[in-house]
Design a protein around this ligand. Structure first.
Ligand SMILES: *Cc1c(COP(=O)(O)O)cnc(C)c1O
Length: 422
């Protein structure tokens, strides 16, 4: 399609967009009396309007039933989390029994590493990407130290090539083969938070497993954004948060995936609690732990129902729309945003440099050479919510659920004014 940087053209794209009506399903912050142009769905997704109803329902059950709500609420609390498994399975390409929802992301990665990072004197290394999300770096370092090892010896980082802004799959595979039998675990962000790159999860997983390592994925920026087939790709485990593209609210619960091949295994250690033991015998309060034969065996505590309610509301929306439709629109709206950026670039004779490679999801990371913090402030004041990283990288994620093509056009105009007014 030949794009045009005009309001009419953008409106036409919106008219032809089967998802455009879903914008009405979300609350938008207001600036100058208008809905903002929201580019930070990769950081905190907008609140779906229907979320309130799901939360109110729990509040009402608690108010009216108190402890009886565990069993007699409309959606009983004792197995409330199970309601999320099927919908999430569709989002990440997994069987419902491979999914559980609990805790928060970094906590879950720690818990999964208890099971899947079991270093020996020969096989003890972890492979990750350089400059991984800080929480992941701290997690890996502390796990390694917990096992009495030195991060300098045990953590192998795959670097980008000099002058390049992305990782090459061939370089990742070469590192895997280089460390081969010493690699205990590969744990990488499926979509990089900084440059927006989508890694080749399938190929990397296959390579890692073929040399005998466990392979896990941090899918914080991938879930609800790109196509995932965790079961078919044979990943050992994965975890993600729910507040980015999944629109479930600040700091909300995390999902985990544990591949079917590991379910019911008795030889995998775990940090256990009462919500991971079989429901049938849980309330006998016996000392023997009898693990649930699904990913729920990794559950520790009884889950926070008030957090799960917004997650369930969000999954209802994902089920209505489906990942295929979201991905189709996402590709087009990101392409249109990129086009608008290039058009504005020409008009203002600036130099924007998109550092996100072609393997991308919803996010474009852009160097605005020669611009600084003042431009960011101008954008925010004019209703464009973006993420700015010093000195001049802007991260733009037009979430297909609620962003419009008209937003992209309007953003271009505001950006142009912001640059020209200097
Ligand atoms: C957002 C994000 C996190 C956040 O972790 P929490 O435990 O939810 O605070 C972790 N890792 C990556 C890669 C992220 O993008």
């Amino acid at each position: 399609m030949t794009y045009q940087n005009t309001l009419e053209f953008a409106q036409q794209l919106d008219d032809n967009d089967s998802l455009s009506k879903y914008r009405q399903e979300f609350h938008f912050p207001q600036v100058n009396g208008k809905d903002v142009i929201y580019f930070t769905g990769n950081s905190l997704g907008l609140q779906p309007k229907r979320t309130q109803k799901f939360v109110d329902e729990v509040m009402q059950d608690w108010r009216e039933l108190a402890v009886e709500g565990h069993f007699y609420a409309d959606k009983p609390w004792w197995d409330y989390h199970e309601r999320l498994a099927e919908g999430l399975g569709r989002v990440v390409g997994a069987k419902p029994e491979e999914i559980s929802v609990m805790n928060t992301l970094t906590v879950n990665l720690h818990l999964l590493m208890v099971s899947f990072y079991r270093p020996t004197s020969k096989r003890f290394k972890i492979l990750c990407e350089e400059k991984a999300f800080p929480s992941d770096q701290y997690m890996l370092q502390s796990q390694v130290r917990f096992h009495g090892l030195d991060p300098k010896d045990a953590i192998v980082e795959v670097k980008k090539r000099e002058g390049e802004h992305f990782w090459r799959t061939e370089d990742i595979l070469a590192k895997i083969n280089e460390h081969g039998e010493e690699l205990a675990l590969i744990l990488i962000g499926g979509v990089n938070y900084y440059n927006g790159q989508v890694l080749d999860i399938k190929t990397i997983t296959q390579a890692g497993k073929s040399i005998g390592a466990s392979v896990g994925w941090d899918l914080a920026h991938a879930v609800g954004n790109v196509e995932l087939k965790l079961h078919d790709w044979n990943a050992d485990f994965a975890a993600w948060c729910s507040y980015k593209y999944m629109n479930s609210g600040p700091g909300n619960a995390s999902g985990i995936f544990v591949h079917e091949q590991h379910l019911g295994r008795k030889d995998i250690p775990r940090f256990e609690g009462w919500w991971g033991t079989k429901k049938e015998t849980r309330f006998l309060m016996e000392p023997k732990f009898d693990p649930i034969e699904t990913a729920d065996a990794w559950q520790v505590s009884n889950p926070p129902i008030l957090s799960l309610a917004p997650y369930l509301a969000s999954l209802e929306l994902f089920d209505e729309v489906g990942m295929d439709a979201l991905i189709t629109k996402r590709k087009q709206i990101v392409a249109y945003l990129e086009f608008v950026l290039h058009e504005i670039d020409k008009e203002v004779e600036s130099t924007f440099e998109v550092i996100t490679p072609e393997q991308r999801g919803c996010q474009l990371s852009v160097f605005l050479h020669g611009e600084g913090r003042a431009l960011f402030d101008y954008l925010m004041k004019n209703g464009v919510i973006t993420d700015w990283r010093e000195p001049n990288v802007i991260r733009l994620a037009p979430a297909p659920f609620y962003c419009s093509y008209t937003d992209m056009y309007n953003f271009g105009q505001i950006l142009k004014r912001g640059i020209l007014q200097k």
